[in-house]
Ligand binder design. Structure first.
Ligand SMILES: Nc1ncnc2c1ncn2[C@@H]1O[C@H](COP(=O)(O)OP(=O)(O)OP(=O)(O)O)[C@@H](O)[C@H]1O
Length: 274
């Protein structure tokens, strides 16, 4: 089945308390490109994705999911289309075994017990937790619980997957698993949107970068182009990826995004090291 996976955001405004607007007129079209949202603490990123998931309702403006106004859809209808992995796994973990926990989402959207078990086991294998399916999630460490929370969203097989800070607290191996999950989702034709503080991960993995600043969209576009805008990033209290800073210091042209790109430039003799 052809899936559009398109979210259109029009003139979106939101405030928890009317005196303090948090989302201030965001216009954006999200598509199938792997997209990272970056921005200073408190710039409204989590609030924005909660609006996309229908957990909060806009004060004004609208969100269209494949052309349909999100406000006309039920939570159940949205859940079949959009999965959101929370920043704190303990906001979404309730069951006594890892497998039961991961099965909650698929069962909620109407899969049979057998289907839910099968998709949950596949998801647990993707995050390399197949061998702990009978363990209580609270006997796992925080990084592993984050993977359980991630698996529970993967198991729902939604065409749009949103992650809030998936790499926070993960070591190199955990980050590699998350990278593979994101790349596999995209290969399956799904849309991936990810809030990140880790500029290096954002630069290495994502095609499109959206920069939030004080509830507004400061800049968005191709990752290479956005990360080259040093002054604008500084204005949003953000840093460039390490690889780009090193490449610029060495005088390597091309706004390189990753260590691999820098190594290729050095090995290709585009640059002579001192
Ligand atoms: N439930 C809430 N009630 C009231 N204010 C809130 C609530 N959640 C967030 N805020 C406020 O809204 C603003 C935006 O918060 P939000 O969590 O969306 O930002 P963020 O960019 O995701 O930040 P972080 O990177 O720290 O997660 C902040 O000033 C925050 O204090």
């Amino acid at each position: 089945m052809f899936r559009m996976n398109k979210l259109e955001i029009e003139k979106l405004h939101f405030a928890y308390d009317k005196a303090t607007p948090v989302i201030k007129g965001i216009n954006l079209v999200l598509d199938d490109r792997k997209t990272a949202i970056i921005g200073q603490n408190g710039s409204g990123k989590t609030t924005f994705v909660k609006l996309l998931k229908g957990l909060l309702r806009p004060d004004s403006g609208r969100i269209l999911l494949d052309g349909t106004d999100l406000s006309t859809l039920t939570v159940a209808q949205i859940s079949k289309k959009i999965g959101l992995v929370f920043q704190n796994p303990d906001d979404q973990i309730f069951k006594n075994t890892v497998l039961d926990e991961v099965m909650v989402g698929p069962l909620n959207i109407g899969l049979s017990l057998d289907e839910a078990r099968a998709s949950s086991r596949t998801a647990l294998a993707q995050v390399e937790l197949a061998d702990v399916e009978k363990v209580n999630p609270y006997d796992l460490n925080l990084a592993q619980r984050k993977m359980v929370a991630l698996a529970s969203i993967l198991a729902m097989d939604t065409p749009i997957v949103i992650f809030d800070e998936p790499t926070m607290g993960q070591d190199v191996a955990g980050k590699a698993i998350i990278r593979k999950v994101i790349e596999d989702l995209q290969a399956e034709g799904k849309a991936v949107l990810c809030i990140l503080h880790d500029m290096d991960f954002a630069a290495a993995v994502f095609e499109r970068v959206i920069v939030f600043s004080q509830g507004q969209l400061l800049i968005e576009g191709d990752a290479r182009e956005v990360f080259s805008k040093k002054e604008l990033l500084q204005q949003a209290y953000l840093d460039q990826p390490q690889a780009m800073k090193i490449a610029q210091a060495l005088g390597i042209p091309g706004n390189l995004l990753s260590v691999e790109e820098v190594m290729a430039a050095i090995n290709g003799n585009e640059v002579k090291l001192p």
